[in-house]
Design a protein around this ligand. Structure first.
Ligand SMILES: C[S@@+](CC[C@H](N)C(=O)[O-])C[C@H]1O[C@@H](n2cnc3c(N)ncnc32)[C@H](O)[C@@H]1O
Length: 473
């Protein structure tokens, strides 16, 4: 662990009088000292190798690049101990909502955004309401209806479905879809849809070993024994049990009333490069005191194809049940969501915009110049990603309160054999937006699965936890 500036005796200061007003610099110092203490006490504190990453609601769907729940919770608790006034947290790249669920366990108002409709559906189910009794009844109804259904009519229309689904599997999935559609309550239907998404993942012809779509060999497809209705039955029972346990833990913390989280949770289908949602209370747009996130580390195609991983599941789900703003074009091709995500579009940036970007981040400027010499074809992708990320950072920083904190988990990657130092780039971009680096810690990545394309392999074995503070209004 490194501290960019020397550690003040903040902990002692802190302990003397917990409630006295602390200056932002004192909070910074306390935070540095606390992170250092935690790392010294346990070298694996930010890796948490023995922790169950799929505990409770975290097992609903295997979303790529999930953060470690216990690590996110510890980070939020640590920062909240140093600055108890923190109330409102934002994750502009919420993915499967690991950070949001952790923030709920700390009693914060939460906002999460993601461009991937499947991430939004998953988050909306994970964050409640948790009506396990009603869900149990609806699940019984869905299973009975699907098992009684003798229709062989398919509910999907996409052209090459036969590549991805055996006919008997497609018929079973269609029966489940019809049964789910008959459920009255939207929150129950959402739970059924996310359970169906995991059922699709496990029963389609796609290999489960990578996040990129990759069909199994024909003979394996034909010989495989899969039953979507049985798989769905097993998953829905477990999911409802997990909802019950999640609800119990939040009730125990006094953050749940009648199955609902007692603070605000806003989960938005939103491109964070375009807008960051701010709830309005009494006519005033609320700013965030804390941002906890892990963004993509490069364009989705050469890092983690979040959109592609959602493609098959989204063919089966009624999109209007996810959000009124989702339109069918997101499932037109397997690459559509990835194309809309950070770094997905290679549209030329204006010369002045690029020059200003290189000014803000000399590291990117140096990387782009070197890549241009050896791999000119790769420059645009690397630069487009940082340009999009920078735009998203602008929106996020604007939505933060003065002296608000950011906890970014970031990893470097390699393109054309060259290290893309995302940590340095992020620090430079944040500093250009008047956000200072308060402290940082390293964490080992134990099981992140990455795409391997040509020599754009993502080699991530370490990530950085970078904590910043916004110094302006
Ligand atoms: C590493 S994951 C997020 C993990 C998450 N922070 C957590 O706590 O588990 C990155 C997410 O960024 C999303 N994403 C990519 N581009 C985006 C954009 N322009 N706007 C919003 N979300 C985006 C991806 O869909 C993906 O879900």
């Amino acid at each position: 662990m490194q501290s960019p500036t020397s550690v003040q005796p903040a902990e002692t200061l802190f302990r003397r009088d917990k409630n006295r007003h602390r200056t932002p610099e004192q909070v910074d110092a306390a935070l540095r000292a606390e992170l250092e203490r935690l790392t010294e006490e346990d070298a694996h504190v930010w890796t948490a190798p023995n922790y169950n990453r799929r505990e409770f609601v975290h097992s609903f769907f295997q979303y790529p690049a999930m953060m470690v729940p216990v690590v996110q919770k510890r980070l939020i608790e640590t920062i909240k101990n140093c600055k108890p006034e923190i109330e409102r947290m934002l994750d502009p790249f919420m993915g499967s909502s690991t950070s949001i669920v952790a923030a709920m366990q700390c009693g914060l108002h939460c906002t999460g955004q993601d461009i991937n409709p499947l991430a939004v559906l998953l988050s909306r189910v994970k964050c409640g309401p948790y009506n396990h009794v009603a869900f149990g009844k609806d699940a019984g109804h869905v299973l009975a209806a699907a098992k009684a259904d003798v229709s062989i009519e398919l509910t999907i229309t996409f052209s090459n479905w036969r590549k991805w689904f055996r006919e008997d599997v497609a018929i079973d999935l269609s029966r489940l879809v019809r049964a789910i559609r008959s459920v009255k309550r939207l929150d129950a239907r959402r739970l059924m849809w996310i359970t169906l998404a995991e059922t699709v993942r496990l029963t389609s012809n796609d290999r489960t070993s990578t996040f990129k779509l990759h069909a199994r060999p024909i003979d394996e497809i034909e010989e495989r024994f899969v039953s979507p209705i049985n798989t769905f039955e097993r998953l829905i029972r477990k999911n409802i049990e997990d909802i019950k346990l999640q609800a119990r833990s939040l009730t125990h913390l006094d953050y749940l009333s009648k199955g609902r989280y007692t603070r605000e949770v806003h989960l938005m289908l939103q491109n964070s490069g375009q807008e960051v949602f701010q709830p309005v209370i009494n006519g005033v747009a609320q700013k965030y005191d804390l941002l906890v996130s892990s963004s993509p580390y490069g364009d989705n195609q050469t890092t983690v194809p979040y959109g592609q991983h959602a493609f098959l599941a989204l063919q089966w789900i009624d999109l209007e049940d996810i959000d009124h703003s989702v339109d069918g074009s997101v499932r037109r091709t397997a690459n559509e969501i990835d194309r809309r995500s950070l770094g997905g579009s290679l549209q030329d940036a204006k010369q002045e915009e690029l020059a200003a970007l290189f000014d803000r981040t000399p590291t990117l400027s140096r990387i782009a110049a070197t890549l241009k010499m050896h791999h000119p074809d790769k420059v645009k992708k690397v630069v487009s990603f940082v340009r999009d990320f920078d735009r998203a950072l602008d929106k996020a920083v604007a939505a933060m309160a003065s002296n608000g904190y950011f906890i970014w988990t970031m990893g470097n990657r390699h393109v054309g054999g060259m290290e893309i130092e995302n940590d340095k780039i992020l620090i430079e971009l944040m500093q250009a937006k008047d956000c200072i680096l308060v402290t940082r810690a390293k964490r080992e990545i134990l099981n992140k699965r990455m795409a391997q394309r040509n020599d754009s392999t993502v080699t991530m074995s370490m990530e950085d936890i970078l904590i910043f503070r916004k110094t302006t209004e």
